[in-house]
Design a protein. Structure first.
Length: 337
C-alpha cells in the first residue's frame, strides 16, 4: 500500500474514556495504535473540563502525558461558533456572546491553546440562527463573522475547520460550501461529517451529493455514522440529545464506501494543499458516538472506539487507502533499540 494515497487516523480521545481522565484517554489511544488525537473534554486532575477551560498547569500535565504515551494533537476540538448568531429568545438554551467580545476572548484563547498543544487545526462551527428561521437569511452575517475568525487564525498561522452539523447555519453541504465560497479565506476549510448529515433524514445518495458540494473547500473529515431504526423524513431541526443509533462507518446509512472511494482520488492534491499550511496530512478523525451523542459531545468507550476504528480500517483497506497504526518498529524506535 506504499504507493496508495494515505490518510492520518485520529479521534476524539474523550470518546474512549469512561471518566474522561487524561490517562484513560491516552492509554486507550496508545493501545489502539493511534498516534494523533483531538482534544475536547479532559480531566487533567481537577475534574472534566472542555479544552477551552484548561489552566496552564493542566496544559503542562497533559503535554507531559502526551509525551509519555507517544501522542500528538491533530486538532483542537473547540466549541467556537456553537453560540447564537443573534441575541434572540428562540426557546433554546444556546447562549449569545457579543461577537467583538467573542473574537477577542474565545477565539484568541483557542489560538493560544492550539499553539500550546502544537496543532495547526481548530475545529469550529457556523453559529445557531434563530430557531424557525431560514439559515440562508443569515448568510451575510455568518460570512462576515467567520471571515474575521479565519483571519484571526491565519495571523496565528492556524487553520479553522468548519464542521457540518444540524441546527446551525452550515447544516448542509450546500450551505457550508456557500459559506466557504463567500468567506474565501485560505485559513478556512470545511469538515465533512456523514453522520451529521444522515441524522437529518438524508439518504446515502443525498449524503454523497452534499459531500461533493463540500469537497472543494474540505480540509478534513470526521468519521461517524448512523443507522435509523425506522424510515425517517428529512428535517431542518434535530433533537441532538435524542440520537441513539450511531454505528461504525462500515455499517451505517451514510455510505462511507462511496464517499471515501471518491475522496481517495482527491487525497494527493488535498495533502499538498494542507502541507503548505504546515499540516502533516489529511486527517480522518473518529468521533463515533456509538454509545450516545449530544449537542456538545459523545461517548463510545474504549471498546466502542476500538470497534469503530476497526470498522473504518476495513473500509480503507478495501479501497486501498493507506493509513498507519503503531507497530513493533515504532515500539523499538521509541525504546531506542
Amino acid at each position: 500500500m506504499k504507493n496508495n494515497p494515505a490518510v492520518i487516523l485520529s479521534g476524539f480521545a474523550d470518546e474512549a474514556a469512561n471518566q474522561k481522565t487524561a490517562v484513560q484517554q491516552f492509554c486507550a489511544f496508545a493501545a489502539l495504535g493511534l498516534q494523533y488525537y483531538t482534544i475536547r473534554f479532559i480531566d487533567a486532575g481537577n475534574g472534566v473540563k472542555n479544552v477551552m477551560q484548561l489552566t496552564k498547569s493542566e496544559i503542562t500535565k497533559v503535554r507531559h502525558l502526551e509525551a509519555e504515551y507517544g501522542l500528538n494533537v491533530s486538532s483542537l476540538g473547540s466549541p467556537i461558533g456553537k453560540v447564537k448568531l443573534l441575541d434572540v429568545d428562540d426557546g433554546t438554551h444556546n447562549k449569545f456572546i457579543p461577537f467583538k467580545k467573542y473574537l477577542a476572548k474565545d477565539v484568541q484563547k483557542a489560538c493560544q491553546l492550539a499553539h500550546a498543544f502544537e496543532t495547526k487545526l481548530i475545529r469550529g462551527f457556523s453559529f445557531y440562527h434563530p430557531r424557525g428561521t431560514d439559515p440562508r437569511e443569515h448568510m451575510s452575517l455568518v460570512v462576515d463573522q467567520l471571515g474575521k475568525i479565519a483571519e484571526t487564525c491565519h495571523r496565528s498561522d492556524l487553520t479553522f475547520g468548519l464542521e457540518i452539523e444540524a441546527n446551525l447555519v452550515g447544516q448542509s453541504g450546500d450551505l457550508l460550501a456557500e459559506i466557504h465560497r463567500q468567506v474565501n479565506h485560505p485559513a478556512l476549510v470545511t469538515i465533512f461529517d456523514a453522520g451529521n448529515i444522515v441524522t437529518q433524514g438524508c439518504s446515502a445518495d443525498e449524503v454523497l451529493r452534499q459531500y461533493r458540494a463540500m469537497r472543494p473547500g474540505m480540509g478534513w473529515m470526521h468519521i461517524k455514522d448512523y443507522r435509523h431504526p425506522h424510515p425517517v423524513k428529512k428535517t431542518d431541526e434535530v433533537d441532538e440529545e435524542a440520537l441513539k443509533h450511531f454505528v461504525p462507518a462500515d455499517i451505517g446509512d451514510s455510505g462511507h464506501e462511496a464517499i471515501l472511494r471518491d475522496f481517495r482520488e482527491h487525497l494527493p492534491k488535498l495533502e499538498r494543499k494542507l502541507r503548505r499550511r504546515g499540516i502533516p496530512g489529511v486527517f480522518l478523525d473518529l468521533e463515533p458516538h456509538v454509545k450516545g451523542g449530544g449537542q456538545f459531545g459523545g461517548f463510545s468507550g474504549p471498546d466502542g472506539l476500538g470497534v469503530s476504528l476497526r470498522g473504518l480500517c476495513r473500509v480503507l483497506d478495501y479501497l486501498d487507502i493507506g493509513f498507519h497504526l503503531r507497530d513493533f518498529e515504532d515500539l523499538k524506535a521509541a525504546r531506542g533499540f
